[in-house]
Design a protein around this ligand. Structure first.
Ligand SMILES: [Fe+2]
Length: 436
């Protein structure tokens, strides 16, 4: 379990330039909503040529985005009066030069402790350890850097620091997450464009003893700030970029047709689908394509704004057992199941799937009302093939004799209830068989 002070400090240097002070204000504002000096619509504040802050109706999280956003964020930590920050990440992320540079730069201004023990599926043990380290260090803010797992771990650590033993009390399926103490401010810095955890109040934690994977959900777990710096996406291997991007696409598609969808959530989901259609193949091909990386980063973020309101559907319900029983990465499981889940759902929302097809770039204007919706799953299959995603469960080691067990597990998911078409256990078995 790696933890400890960071390397040699880098002096803070001259006072923060004006653009950094804007970000400072964003972090310091506990409401996370008010943006001063708005220059555009919907709370967008351009604070430099490359960096801007935004706020959204769906989340109290302030979003700071653009190349160099991570580097620019360090001075604000000192500016907001915070003396000690705990960085939570995984072992690989801790080795990234950008993260090393950031932690050393922070170390010149404030105290920084690094906890790099967030596992790919973070456990309650990770949370307890991170909480202990943060508490002993006297952390005043928790910064989660990494994919969804690191950010989810950071959220739970921020809660655990203030109440040792809190995480153990949350292992109770079906009951709402309970937080009755102060949670440290959370800053999330994603290094993949997929989960959108940086703007939502969810944290998925695996409880090692019971082997239960539970979704914590509480407004206190909303990050205060999300730092979207596309440079941090470059180091992820192609398979991770593809899986994360198709996870984001699955969020957007399932949210678009959810029973809980509203015009507002559909607007966000459609933006996300258009973004993935435009940029995923480019980031799969070239990790250094910064415009495409930024586009995927935004698509994943706005998909999260949508699904946080709507929940998901049959694909996420069915993907969970693939991960739990066979260790299939979440994004890979979704990528395999998405076209099949869409084909199952098309009859329940033809208009919605026609709109999804159009957002994916299909020319639907001359298509019949029957053909346009059916074009959506085919477009997803074509995109998945173009970016080299796995297409069958057999390819990733899933055994056909597990389908019955997986169907039982999938039917337990809350996502089943918001799927646009009623789902029976037999339906789930049939979709699994189609994906074998
Ligand atoms: Fe997902």
């Amino acid at each position: 379990m790696a933890a400890g002070p960071v390397g040699p400090p880098v002096p803070c240097g001259s006072p923060a330039p004006r653009d950094i002070m804007s970000f400072d204000e964003a972090l310091a504002d506990p409401r996370g909503r008010h943006v001063r000096a708005l220059s555009g619509r919907q709370g967008v504040s351009t604070v430099s040529d490359t960096i801007r802050t935004e706020c959204f109706d769906e989340t109290p999280t302030r979003v700071v985005s653009g190349q160099g956003a991570l580097e620019s964020s360090r001075a604000c930590l000192a500016g907001m009066g915070i003396a000690k920050a705990l960085i939570v990440c995984g072992e690989n992320v801790a080795k990234l030069p950008e993260v090393d540079q950031f932690t050393r730069a922070c170390h010149g201004c404030i105290g920084v402790e690094l906890f790099s023990g967030a596992e790919p599926d973070p456990t309650d043990a990770n949370v307890i350890e991170g909480g202990r380290i943060g508490r002993e260090f006297g952390a005043e803010v928790v910064i989660g850097i990494g994919g969804g797992s690191s950010m989810d771990c950071a959220k739970a650590v921020a809660a655990e620091i203030g109440a040792p033993g809190w995480i153990a009390s949350q292992d109770r399926p079906g009951e709402p997450t309970s937080i009755e103490h102060d949670v440290l401010p959370i800053v999330c810095v994603p290094t993949t464009a997929g989960t959108g955890s940086e703007v939502n109040p969810f944290s998925v934690i695996t409880f090692a003893q019971t082997r239960r994977k539970l979704v914590l959900n509480h407004e206190a777990l909303f990050p205060r700030c999300a730092v979207l710096d596309p440079k941090l996406l470059v180091s992820a291997p192609k398979s991770v970029r593809v899986a994360a991007g198709l996870d984001a696409l699955t969020h957007a598609v399932e949210s678009y047709v959810s029973k809980r969808a509203t015009p507002e959530t559909r607007m966000r989901a459609a933006e996300a689908i258009r973004g993935v259609a435009k940029f995923l193949a480019r980031v799969a091909e070239d990790a250094d394509d910064m415009q495409a990386q930024a586009g995927m980063q935004r698509a994943a973020m706005v998909a999260s704004l949508s699904f946080a309101k709507t929940r998901l559907g049959i694909v996420h319900a069915m993907a969970l057992p693939l991960s739990a029983l066979f260790g299939v990465p979440h994004g890979v499981a979704n990528a395999i199941l998405l076209p099949h889940g869409m084909r199952f759902n098309v009859e329940a929302d033809a208009e919605g799937f026609a709109a999804i097809a159009a957002a994916l770039g299909v020319e639907t204007d001359d298509m019949s009302t029957a053909d346009a919706p059916s074009a959506a799953p085919e477009a997803v299959s074509a995109l998945a093939a173009e970016v080299g995603a796995s297409t069958t469960m057999g390819e990733v080691g899933v055994k056909a004799d597990a389908i019955e067990r997986m169907a039982d597990d999938a039917m337990q998911s809350a996502h089943v209830q918001v799927n646009p078409r009623e789902i029976s256990r037999e339906d789930v078995v049939a979709v699994y068989q189609a994906a074998m």
